[in-house]
Ligand binder design. Structure first.
Ligand SMILES: NC(=O)c1ccc[n+]([C@@H]2O[C@H](COP(=O)([O-])OP(=O)(O)OC[C@H]3O[C@@H](n4cnc5c(N)ncnc54)[C@H](OP(=O)(O)O)[C@@H]3O)[C@@H](O)[C@H]2O)c1
Length: 342
């Protein structure tokens, strides 16, 4: 038989719904690391891996205009134009954070309709598509009324430039207000065994409103895989070098919490990262984790979490061992990026 990856029918992965009508693979893929934040990457290797992501049946890839200042979207644009990919994968991208040309200058949240429209046009061009499948506001500006932001996004839907609307790091109250203006298909917020702020009121709100929950950094930026045990080997400029949870004393403490994850993994002959992803999938049918990796072996391992069923006892053990009070260090060093109360 000819081994032609261009015509292979992808295996059907389990599907989850984001909002009323956006069906995606239960584990999706985050492409951010192919452009920045976790050290250098290689475009040729990224192109190959992105094709594999599609071949393995992942039907949603996550990006943002700021990842590599457009570089990430350009990679995905190439993917969409490559043979046999069209129609097999949806792209989610984001706008709303301005990055000044000077890398030393701080980022600024900008949710003005003019800025959103300008970003949308630029993303459409970089992706080479007529319509963006899922368009998120990357951070909400506390000084802007979310109703105005949503009205702008609703217009973009009407004009056919975006298909679905998403928000990132919105509070439950903001989500309710936004959803009244136009249906929010997905909320994207950090959620993992070591980042559980959303459990109190945000997750229940998304479930009640029929909004999908996209869990970003589901592997705790690699920490929950158990393979990252110190930061010395991380590249210069790797985001984790400046992240409070990875500071030496905090990391040493946090690594101790992984013992339970490893024990549960051993019980199932699984990897710790698979336990982290299976735990997320078990937290609600509307949750879609978007792990990112630059390696085929990790991609395969991560998708393997789809067949790992954790029992009630496992879930309880994990909930207790990784309770928020146990984890040391804030999610972000930069106040503005947290944004969860917006
Ligand atoms: N909305 C937001 O504000 C926001 C913020 C952050 C991220 N995101 C989105 O969420 C996606 C995922 O988040 P993330 O990339 O920050 O974190 P993540 O998925 O939790 O972790 C990614 C890191 O873990 C490593 N990794 C992945 N699978 C692994 C495995 N099986 N074993 C060992 N290491 C593994 C990757 O290494 P290699 O790359 O070396 O393989 C990478 O360094 C991003 O791509 C982005 O699309 C959104």
């Amino acid at each position: 038989m000819r081994n032609d990856t261009h015509t292979t029918t992808p295996p059907a992965l389990p599907v989850r719904m984001l909002g009323q009508d956006l069906a995606v693979s239960a584990i999706a893929y985050g492409a951010m690391g192919m452009s920045e934040f976790y050290g250098p990457s290689d475009d040729a290797a990224s192109r190959t891996l992105l094709r594999e992501v599609v071949e393995r049946g992942v039907t949603l890839i996550d990006t943002a205009d700021i990842y590599g200042r457009g570089h990430n979207e350009l990679l995905l644009g190439e993917l969409l134009r490559s043979q046999g990919v069209a129609g097999r994968v949806r792209i989610a991208t984001k706008c709303g954070i301005e990055r000044p040309a000077d890398p030393a200058a701080p980022r600024r949240i900008n949710n003005t309709p003019e800025y959103i429209r300008r970003c949308c046009e630029a993303s459409l061009t970089r992706l080479g598509v007529e319509r963006i499948d899922l368009y998120y506001v990357h951070r909400l500006d506390p000084a802007a009324a979310v109703e105005d932001t949503m009205a702008c996004l609703a217009e973009l839907v009407k004009e056919g430039k975006i298909a679905h609307v998403g928000l990132c790091e919105a509070s439950a109250a903001t989500l309710r207000r936004a959803h009244r203006v136009h249906p929010v298909a997905a909320l994207q917020t950090e959620y993992s065994l070591w980042s559980r702020d959303v459990e109190q009121d945000i997750l229940p709100t998304t479930a009640a409103l029929g909004i999908g929950f996209v869990a970003y950094s589901p592997l705790g930026r690699g920490f929950l895989s158990g393979r990252l045990t110190d930061t010395a080997s991380l590249a210069e400029g790797d985001f984790r070098r400046g992240n409070p949870r990875f500071e030496a004393a905090n990391l040493a403490h946090n690594l101790g919490l992984l013992d339970t994850v490893r024990a549960v993994a051993a019980r199932h002959a699984a990897a710790p990262g698979q336990v982290a992803l299976a735990w997320l999938l078990a937290k609600g049918d509307h949750i879609v984790p978007i792990p990112g990796t630059r390696r085929s072996a990790y991609l395969q391992e991560n998708l393997g979490a789809l067949t790992l069923a954790l029992g009630a006892e496992d879930l309880l053990r994990l909930d207790q061992a990784m309770a928020p009070a146990q984890v040391r260090g804030a999610r972000y060093a930069a106040e503005g990026m947290r944004g969860i109360n917006s």
